[in-house]
Structure formats: structure tokens, C-alpha cells
Design a protein around this ligand. Sequence first.
Ligand code: DC
Length: 234
Amino acid sequence: MSSIPVIAIDGPGGVGKGTLSRLLAARLGWHLLDSGAIYRAMGLAAAGAGLLKAGQAMDEAALTALARDLPLRFAEQDGQTRAYLGADDITEELRSAEAGQRASQVAVIPALRAALLQRQRDFRRMPGLVADGRDMGTVVFADAPLKIFLTASVEERSKRRLKQLLEQGASATLAQVETEIAERDRRDRERSVAPLLPAPDARLLDNSGQNIEETFRVLEGWARDTLGEFFCCQ
Ligand code: DC
């Protein structure tokens, strides 16, 4: 068991995990792991290598080998985290619906998930880590002192995701986003390894009726209860 504290924040897409994790990490001065970005980069790399062809079974051994050597790197630039796959800046591409779908496809492969474990655990550095994903509390940081599982209805999450896409200049309809979210939810929940499920000791929150500030206050309160010592000097 590591003495470096982790707050694990899990839940389906569109629940606000990314924003909330970023806010909490900033509040505490801790590191941040966006594990979805690693799976998204893996999905893009797999598609780029011609390993995700429609109607063809996935070559799990080749995909796992790619995961082991994935040339992914994150760099802080002007207060923003940018992602590079080899020499290519994939920061914007990572946020696309296609990257999300590709990520969810490759994420069903147990050996590939195992190959990405250490890369995620390496983010656990002093003074602490806020980790955002699907299996942070159940698998990657099963010893985290605080585990949070967020949910919200499909309708609510789709509206939030659509707003985000439109703000980024993408074009999409609510029906398209709902279909995409429901499909990813089903795949993430039904996979045999590390399915999207709350850890038995996770704190659950349905934030359907809440805005980000309201949910953040709840999470901050839980962090203060569980990890009060880390708030001592701020
Ligand atoms: O959180 P996100 O939308 O960026 O994640 C994209 C996909 O990656 C998600 O549909 C499933 C997969 N994923 C995963 O399997 N495990 C994680 N810890 C994070 C993401």
C-alpha cells in the first residue's frame, strides 16, 4: 500500500468527472490523471495502425503490443496539458467522439488494460493524485483512501456533452450524442474485465439535478472528511 493519497473518481461519460477532477486537483495542489485520455490515445493509435477495421475481429495480441509501447506523452504548456503521440500533437483529436468510441472498443481487451496499468500508476506522486476514469477505485488504485462514483441520467449527460461539443465548434444533435453515450455505457458496463462499476467502498452521487459548483462542493466536503490533514494549510 502506497502512502501517497489518491482520490479515485469514476463514472460514465458526461458526468462531469473531467472538470471536477481538475478542480479538485487544483484545490489540493495534487497531480491529475485523466485515464480516459490514455485509452483515447490508444484508440487513435490503433485506428492509425489499421488495427480497428469495421467488421473484423480485433487482433488482441497486436493491440496489446501497441499498448505496451504506446509513444504517448503529456506536456504542460501555458498552463494546459497537451498530449503527443510520437511527434503528433493529438490534444484536440483526443476529445472527438471517434476517439471516445475507439477507446471504448480497445478497452474491452484484458491484456491491453494490464499493459496500461503501470503507466497510470506512475502518476501517483507526492503530494497526491486525483485519478479520473472507469476503474480507478476498483482496479488501478484499489487502495485509494477516497473513492467517488458519479452518475447522472443518460438525458442529462447527453445534454451536457452536446453543449460541450457545440462550444468546441463541433456539430452534433442530441439524438446522435444520446446514441453514442448509450452505446459506450453499454460496452463499458458489460465488458468482462474492469467493467464500469462502483467499488464496494465508493461514495455514490447522482448529480443529475446539480451544476458543477454544487457537485464540487459535495466532493470537496468528502475530501475534507476523509483527507482533512491535506487541507490544513490552505
Ligand atoms: O472518460 P473518457 O470518455 O475519456 O473515456 C473514453 C473511453 O475509455 C471509455 O468509454 C472507456 C475507456 N476507459 C476505460 O476503459 N477505463 C478508464 N479508466 C478510462 C477510460
